[in-house]
Design a protein around this ligand. Sequence first.
Ligand code: UGA
Length: 443
Amino acid sequence: PADRLPRITVFGTGYLGATHAVAMAQLGFDVTGVDTDLAKVEALAAGKVPFYEPGLPELLEATLATGRLRFTTDAATAVANAEVHFVCVGTPQMKTSHAADLRFVEAATTAVARAMTHDGVIVGKSTVPVGTAARLREIVAREVAPGVAAELVWNPEFLREGKAVDDTLHPDRVVVGGASPAAEALLRTVYAQPIAEGSPFVVTDLPTAELVKVSANAFLATKISFVNAIAQVCEAAGADVTVLADAIGHDVRIGRQFLDAGLGFGGGCLPKDIRALMHRAGELGAHRAVALMQQVDEINMGQRAAVVDHAVEACGGSVLNRRIGVLGAAFKPHTDDVRDSPALNVAAALHLRGAQVTVYDPQAGDTARATFPSLTYATSAEEAVEGTDVVLLLTEWEEFLRADPTQLAERTRTPRLIDARGKLDTDAWRAAGWTTRTLGRAA
Ligand code: UGA
């Protein structure tokens, strides 16, 4: 029965926290989502997800209707009514360095510890540099009221944007670090369904749990930069990186996923996580890790520069006053997130060089406009390619893969395409009159 299940708070209602709160309510728990941002809280309480995430609005509506889920800015009441407190706030990159900004994690942990009126477990989910959880334990010990037992454990999250609901309900693994037997039992109850479905439950110490998360993202980033480095060799040697990736991917030790060459990785996680790892590894004297992550970052940023160069070349050496159509603004399909988006980055770089850049994205138009108001935004692919000298495919939305190249060609000044994601059927585009260039294939 619901009254015997542990009651849950979730601090932070961004991509991670909102999804986690809704998923926990879906699993039958009583959940309160807490945020300092009143607008977010009001939106979620009214059944509106403040960002684009497929499947989440429907599940939010359904779980709100059960009465098991609510959102508030009142941390004290929420904490007083629960036993398990998830910390899901952001850890963005510092403006002045590669380090992670831990202000929000510290503030949320402090708020929970201060508000605890009875025993409970604080569960860190945010991505943090190794060693953070140990420091947060000191904060908890200092802030919690005498007689209240507050235990802090680490339980990293691996969800992908665009697949957040599914990843949260059916995780590849559950990792719990630094838990006492009682806290471990509590988390086994919280994750009973995924465990029953076969998700491995990995028990570790605190620093290992923190590092598992960072290493997973660093490995994914390394895979992408590896294939992008090979793509450069392919271009020079007249080989095809997509066929190559398929072929090496058949080896189960390698695996095909995350071997799509092209514009590289962006978003709110991979770029800042490898930089935070660089910074922390440096502090710890782990110089080989620093060197590896530096190369991964450099190769990745080099892909963006390469696409800008291709566009300049396509325009005959200068993009000044040339019309460029950009398809895609989100850092990947199925999201409206433009944080560190390679697509927007390239669009902005071309704009700075004097090009007239028109961007279209099926979902991220508004977030992109808010980030880069000086670019021109279209409401369709047709509109974006109108009168252009070159068209860039920068985010591989299905809508673009299905687009009719003949119709689009008619709208351009010169039907010239750069496929920076290697996903278009360029034979079909060529047959429709386009000249095409794909990253990772010979010109
Ligand atoms: C990433 C991880 O995949 C999640 O497991 C993790 O939980 C999350 O970060 C996080 O730390 O919160 P996400 O940022 O949603 O998830 O995006 P990914 O799907 O990993 O894609 C990252 C970037 O890599 C995108 O820009 C994508 O276009 C690019 N990418 C991906 C490639 O360039 N090539 C590929 O083969 C795959």
